[in-house]
Design a protein. Sequence first.
Length: 176
Amino acid sequence: MKNYDLSKIGVLVVENNRYFVRILTALLEGLGIEQIHAATSGEEALKVLRRVEVDLILTEWNLQPMHGRDFIAKLRTGKEDCDPTTPVIVVTGQTDAKSIETMRDAGANEVIAKPVSAKAIYERMVANIEKPREFVRTGQYVGPDRRRKIDVHHAEAGRRQNDDEAAEGDQRAINE
């Protein structure tokens, strides 16, 4: 894994627990990050995002009164006057498979389990730097491509309604 100078990136921490905000801030400072913004609710986070541009959002899933799912959904719509493609890493104690799937489907880029470490945050940040996922907009979903890798067998005959167009799209993705 390559070492990156993270001093110039901006991070927004969204967490109801002020004590945990201080912990995450200290971890981020330990990674050399100098531009750290904090919000204790989803509503406050959207206000911060309208004022400042950040490169990454670390958020709790179980926010109150606006749930993390709703915060991410509002961010991803692009209607909140902030960058809807900003990578979102959910930092939460809720790490069962169904919850992680729900977070992914809501538009989270990554999930980190609490208790969190600087190493885990750094690794997820590097994953977003080295292998950013394409941003997808469909009728039901707005967010990072939920597929971590390209399935070359996905374009097999009969897999999609318009196989020719799907196969061309898959082949373009493989070649890129």
